[in-house]
Design a protein around this ligand. Structure first.
Ligand SMILES: *[C@@H]1O[C@H](CO)[C@@H](O)[C@H](O)[C@H]1NC(C)=O
Ligand SMILES: *[C@@H]1O[C@H](CO)[C@@H](O)[C@H](O)[C@H]1NC(C)=O
Ligand SMILES: *[C@@H]1O[C@H](CO)[C@@H](O)[C@H](O)[C@H]1NC(C)=O
Ligand SMILES: *[C@@H]1O[C@H](CO)[C@@H](O)[C@H](O)[C@H]1NC(C)=O
Ligand SMILES: *[C@@H]1O[C@H](CO)[C@@H](O)[C@H](O)[C@H]1NC(C)=O
Length: 764
């Protein structure tokens, strides 16, 4: 009851703050439906290529098919993906034709210039003609003369022209009369089916009785409230922060025990609207919460199981200010970019701290995982004091608060699922120059090519590449149309080769992405789902889009149960918070929640899993992951280690200790060493190597011989922390690796590439 009152107060407060809403219709949808009722529309973006025809084209990259509204160019002058239809200006008559394939009522046109960095090409005036057979054409007349329509005044902004009355015909032609720069244009034709053909192919049956419309901020709040009232036992509304304009980022939690983390129950998140103009994800999440609520109440066993076994968080709008901008303009009239950024000009998706560079910089120095962890990399010191987006910070704190296991963010403008890394690892300068390196010079071509390939992969693969591919596949293949590629992708060739998935770094790399951050700073595996070519689909397309996505939405949540899970406890059965869980062969660890429970997403297989916690001896277990979608229980009981006590003593005496089971300290390379010293060093090194080998042979789990490092890290901080000390350490270490692993060895001793790498040892 109190919660409800609070909600109402908030509602009232919000209402006062919102700008007054005018009764004037603002979105094109409104006008359109006023004229046409609710008959389905025809969208040229979705018609087949052979329904579009033009008088000529200036170059093979500017065919009529490139003339769809919001088409983006591929930036490659050589290929066929130009940013508009452009006519051959040598010709005399120009026209662009769309065949609706049957008689329809044409109601409006939306035109746009060419998408281009350099060129300012657009059509400024045109006639419109109609035909029923494509031979006899009637130019639209205003009673006195042929009706001249004014087109665009710049290349980006869409301009809508509504006809004074609907025109019944099968074909429509646009006849450009004047233009700026070259004759180039993109356009959308609005048309309705004739009333008597209402039950035609455009009709979508609506099996789910849900609210299929675009919801602005107020309507979204209202809808969430209704869902909450309908399903009070399994839902909770909270917000994760405020935008610059004071709009809240609302989250709907759906779980059998909303409001609390239950030990053993994984947390899942879907978020949408990082870019305010990519709106489909927002509506899908609003539909999903209605669906889960209705089906739960209707005892749908699949939904019951899902809600009872997962804590689901749905955030429909991470950038509410920008959405309002795009919503005001409506489905077609916003251009490709309006509402993409936040009020302050940030692209939230890429506004996260770049932890990838920190990880890679440390890897190049051989610091991972002993100095810099391979997971839960802390925020850079300067991040919190810098002027990042308020929203990004709110999102980060939300990610940190909740032990999410799996998540996805919805975007638009493409139809593909993208998984991390999102950032491309920079190639090292001078590192693998073949001629420059003696050893490489002796390599044969085949070996060289193999190493190159491995390096290429390593440039963008996470340690969990296989798992990420699986997760991305699950969504793409459960989606009804994501893998259809008969027309390539939205704007260029189908980069996914019919799979519907792509590694983001190999496609359109970005720095500081939400996905990379989530993977490196938290346990959560996050991917981006690009829902379709049209960033702002027409309201009448929402039922079809829901059908396309419904199964995928559910199937992806179910993947949170793939892998192993368990609780890390001490001998008394008390949970150990923040224990580290590592899987042999995967260089990315997971941290248990503060309640000691953990989840590790894994593909089917057999894994050697080790749990570690400060002050405890590590424990290793063999855990099997099967093909059924339910996590294999794999819990740990850790015993207190002697290192705990030793550590206490060391800390008390304040004496630095290092390299407990490692080789001795090496003189920094810049100091000259006598031959004798070098000889001694070499002997010692060989001795250490022999001992190490022996140890490895004796113990079945070599890992444990080096693990006492956990308590040591606290001591490191008391040591004067110059990097040369650590360089020396790793130099020594890399010598002792076996020479057979050429690739890895080279990496460790190479100079650091020239991307920003700021890391202070003190952080640990
Ligand atoms: C096409 O045919 C319909 C009748 O089926 C007619 O009403 C309409 O005017 C025709 N359109 C044109 C452009 O001739
Ligand atoms: C028209 O095109 C020319 C170059 O062709 C460009 O300099 C000019 O700015 C354009 N005009 C407008 C209004 O954009
Ligand atoms: C909520 O839970 C209570 C107690 O278990 C139950 O009586 C009530 O019917 C439930 N309400 C709904 C809408 O499921
Ligand atoms: C943050 O923004 C404020 C005001 O815009 C400015 O005065 C300040 O210098 C900025 N701080 C940083 C670290 O950029
Ligand atoms: C676990 O980690 C969290 C976040 O880093 C921290 O706030 C908490 O104090 C830690 N708990 C323990 C028992 O170390």
């Amino acid at each position: 009851q109190r919660q409800k009152e609070k909600w109402e107060e908030e509602e009232e407060e919000e209402r006062r703050k919102l700008p007054p809403v005018y009764a004037e219709p603002k979105s094109k949808d409104f006008n359109f439906f006023l004229i046409m009722g609710t008959y389905p529309v025809i969208h040229i973006f979705w018609v087949e290529d052979d329904q579009i025809l033009a008088s000529s084209m200036s170059h093979h990259s500017f065919s009529a098919q490139r003339g769809r509204l919001n088409m983006q160019s591929s930036d490659n002058e050589e290929d066929v993906y130009g940013g508009a239809w452009c006519a051959e200006t040598e010709e005399k008559d120009h026209w662009f034709q769309v065949d609706a394939r049957r008689e329809v009522q044409f109601t409006a046109l939306i035109t746009q210039g060419r998408e281009s960095e350099k060129h300012e090409d657009f059509v400024s005036s045109y006639f419109v003609a109609f035909s029923n057979d494509s031979r006899e054409w009637t130019v639209l007349h205003d009673g006195y003369a042929e009706w001249l329509f004014y087109g665009n005044v710049d290349k980006d902004t869409p301009v809508m022209t509504q006809f004074a009355w609907p025109i019944v015909a099968r074909y429509i032609r646009i006849l450009p009369q004047s233009w700026n720069g070259s004759l180039c244009m993109r356009l959308e034709v609005m048309a309705c089916s004739l009333p008597n053909s209402y039950n035609s192919e455009n009709e979508v049956n609506r099996p789910d009785d849900l609210d299929f419309k675009h919801h602005n901020y107020k309507e979204m709040r209202q809808l969430m409230k209704v869902v909450n009232e309908e399903c009070p036992n399994i839902t909770r509304i909270y917000n994760i922060g405020k935008s610059t304009k004071g709009l809240k980022m609302y989250a709907m939690e759906i779980s059998d025990n909303p409001g609390e983390h239950e030990t053993g129950e994984p947390e899942f998140r879907y978020s949408a609207g990082v870019h305010g103009n990519e709106v489909l994800g927002r509506e899908l999440l609003l539909l999903l919460m209605q669906f889960l609520c209705k089906e739960y109440n209707g005892d749908n066993p699949r939904v019951r199981r899902l809600v009872d076994s997962v804590r689901i968080h749905l955030v429909p709008s991470l950038n509410p200010d920008a959405y309002e901008l795009a919503y005001e303009m409506g489905s077609e009239m916003g251009n490709w970019a309006l509402g993409h950024w936040t009020e302050e000009g940030y692209d939230i998706f890429q506004n996260f701290p770049d932890l990838s560079s920190i990880l890679w910089g440390a890897e190049d120095r051989g610091w991972v995982p002993r100095v810099v962890p391979n997971h839960h990399i802390p925020l850079p010191e300067n991040y919190l004091s810098s002027n990042g987006s308020v929203k990004t910070r709110a999102i980060i704190s939300w990610m940190e608060r909740t032990p999410f296991v799996l998540g996805a963010n919805f975007q638009g403008g493409e139809k593909i699922v993208a998984y991390p890394f999102d950032m491309q690892r920079p190639t090292k300068t001078g590192g693998l120059d073949r001629r420059g390196d003696q050893r490489l010079h002796q390599m044969n071509e085949e070996t060289w090519a193999r190493i190159q390939r491995q390096n290429e992969g390593a440039m963008r693969e996470t340690a969990d590449e296989a798992m990420f591919r699986w997760l991305a596949m699950t969504y793409a293949h459960s989606h009804l149309t994501m893998t259809e590629n008969h027309r390539g992708s939205c704007h260029a060739d189908d980069v996914s080769h019919g799979q519907g998935i792509i590694n983001r770094a190999s496609w359109k790399p970005v720095v500081g992405s939400m996905n990379d951050f989530s993977y490196l700073h938290t346990n959560c595996f996050e991917i981006s789902i690009f829902l379709g070519c049209d960033k702002f689909p027409h309201e009448s397309e929402l039922p079809q889009e829901w059908e396309n996505n419904r199964e995928a939405l559910l199937a992806f949540i179910e993947q949170v149960h793939r892998g192993i899970k368990g609780v890390v406890r001490d001998l008394e059965g008390k949970p150990i918070a923040n224990a580290t869980v590592s899987v042999e062969g995967i260089k990315h660890d997971i941290k248990a929640a503060s309640t000691g429970d953990y989840w590790r997403l894994l593909n089917p297989g057999e894994y050697k899993v080790t749990a570690r916690a400060g002050g405890y001896s590590p424990q290793t277990r063999l855990c099997m992951v099967g093909y059924e979608v339910s996590a294999t229980p794999c819990s740990f009981t850790l015993t207190k280690s002697n290192w705990d006590r030793i550590n206490e003593i060391i800390t008390l005496s304040k004496r630095p200790i290092r390299l407990i089971s490692k080789s001795p300290r090496v003189t920094p390379p810049n100091k000259r060493r006598s031959r004798l010293q070098l000889m001694r060093l070499k002997n010692r090194r060989e001795k250490m190597m022999r001992i190490k080998k022996l140890k490895e042979q004796m113990t079945s789990t070599p890992v444990t011989t080096t693990t006492p490092l956990a308590p040591t890290t606290t001591v490191m901080a008391t040591e004067s922390t110059t990097s040369s000390w650590f360089d020396a350490w790793f130099e020594e270490d890399s010598i002792s690796t076996t020479p057979s692993s050429t690739g890895a060895e080279l990496k460790e001793s190479e100079p650091t590439p020239d991307y920003s790498f700021e890391y202070k040892i003190d952080d640990f």
